[in-house]
Every structure is written in C-alpha cells, then in structure tokens.
Design a protein around this ligand. Structure first.
Ligand code: PAF
Length: 261
C-alpha cells in the first residue's frame, strides 16, 4: 500500500476539537515539512467502556477551517469502520503503559499505540508531532517507535496554556464555570512544588504530600501527583531528568498535567 505522503511529510495525529495546542503542532509541522497532514480520528480503541467516547467534543467543520488556516495540506479523517473493519490486532507497549494513566485507564495505551502505528503506516510521515501535555503518551509513542524500528522522527512540543496556566485540552469544555475557575490551581501547584524542590528545603515526599492535600482541600479528587523519572516514569526522589505529573478529577472532568524539571 502506498502511503499518503511523498518526500518530506509531517503528520499531526489528533482527535479533533482543535485548540491552540493543536494549532501550534500544525504550525511547527508547516515550518519544517513540504507537506503537512493532520489526522482527525476519535479513536474508539483508546476509550474505556465508561469513558467519554460518545460525548467527546466533535466539530469537524470548524476543525477543517482551522487546519486550512494553519497551512495543513491534507486532512485524514477516516470513518471508524474503515480503520477498524473487524476486531483489530493491537499493540501493547510494556511497562511504562502499566502505571499512572495506564492503570487509571486500562487498555488506553494499547489503543493509542495501535492507532498511532496504523496512522504511521497509512500516512508514512517522516516527522510526527505530539504535545508534552500527554507526557506519558509521548514516552509510549517514543518506545513504540524505538521498539518497532519505525522510520519516523518524533517531535514533542510544549503544552499550550490558557493565560491563567490551565493546560489546553479538548476536555476543558466539560468544566462548569465554577470548576473552570478552580482548574488553574492544578498547574499552579506543580509550579509551586517545582520551586520548592529547587530550594531543596523539604523532601520531595513531604512536598508532594502537602501539594496533594492542598489540591484536595480545593475540591480536586487527586488520583496521583508524583515526581517521576523521564526514563521509565517510576517515582524518583531526584529532580534531575524528572517530571511532576498529576491527574485529578474536578467534578466529572478528569484533568492531567505535568511539569518537566
Ligand atoms: O493525543 C491524542 O489526541 C490521541 O491520543 C492521538 C495521539 C491522536 C491518538 O488517537
């Protein structure tokens, strides 16, 4: 099968509902490739049975306009039946998928790894662009590409944030106005912990404990807030080559964020 791309093609894999974070990826791809392709596919394989597949925000017409304005040449928006005509072979990236988002959302990363591999095989990009907002996803895709010797150069771009610091996410649309007002505390907490870590006055364990408590008091249901190694995502006591990662529910909305140190 011949891929969509010939020569220098950059792919931005997305599930649509574009925000500034997606547009930054598209602009980066535009600046570095002859042809830019955006895939727009709400991948059922990465949603659990009780997750938000049915209510995931969709607005293809707006997305097409925004992609065009960002200089995208090709939008690949296949129907589900075309991508999964029968029960699919899946890809399991071991170890780093079994913690954090992987244990909160069983099977999620098998779905991500499978669709990303399929998109790479269909589109045949030389470059592919992902956002650090989904830090664990970035590391999973990196392992996938290394382990399967995929011929694609991966680019991870900084998280786009609202003016108050909230990481941009299509799921922010689920927040009530009261929750939206509280949501920036998640990132503010990560910044505060990072500053304290650099000061080296308190142990990482007690800083993390305090931060979890302060988020809970503000109404977040904290699922995890950890300092982890950027190598294997295991908890570490060393700020070097590490990241703060957090997942918390605010009402019915699950928010994730991170800060690389
Ligand atoms: O980050 C996303 O939007 C999705 O997980 C991705 C990478 C497009 C795979 O469906």
């Amino acid at each position: 099968m011949v891929g969509l791309g010939g020569g220098d093609l950059g792919l931005v894999p997305t599930m649509g509902a574009f925000h500034e974070g997606h547009l930054l990826l598209m602009r980066a791809a535009r600046g570095a490739n002859k042809t830019v392709c955006v895939s727009l596919f709400v991948n059922p394989l990465q949603f659990g049975a009780h997750e938000d597949l049915d209510r995931y925000p969709r607005n293809e017409e707006r997305d097409f306009d925004l992609a065009e304005q960002s200089g995208v040449d090709i939008i690949f928006a296949p129907p589900v039946q075309e991508m999964y005509p029968r029960q699919s072979t899946t890809i399991h990236v071991p170890e780093i998928t079994e913690i954090w988002e992987g244990s909160a959302r069983r099977g999620h990363f098998d779905g991500v790894a499978t669709i990303v591999a399929k998109l790479f095989n269909i589109v045949r990009p030389r470059h592919a662009y992902f956002g650090w907002k989904d830090l664990q996803q970035c590391l999973v895709v990196k392992r996938l590409a290394e382990d399967l010797n995929l011929l694609v150069e991966l680019h991870f771009l900084e998280t786009a944030r609202e003016r108050d610091g909230l990481a941009m996410s299509s799921r922010n649309a689920y927040l009530s106005s009261e929750e939206r007002a509280k949501a920036p505390r998640l990132y503010a907490t990560l910044v505060h912990v990072a500053e304290q870590l650099h000061r080296n006055e308190l142990s990482p364990a007690s800083l993390l404990r305090e931060a979890r408590t302060s988020l809970s008091v503000s109404g977040f249901d904290v699922q995890y807030l950890e300092l982890v190694s950027m190598e294997d995502l295991r908890p570490t006591g060393m700020p070097k080559n590490s990241a703060l990662i957090v997942a918390a529910r605010l009402g019915t909305t699950r928010l994730i964020d991170n800060l690389r140190l």
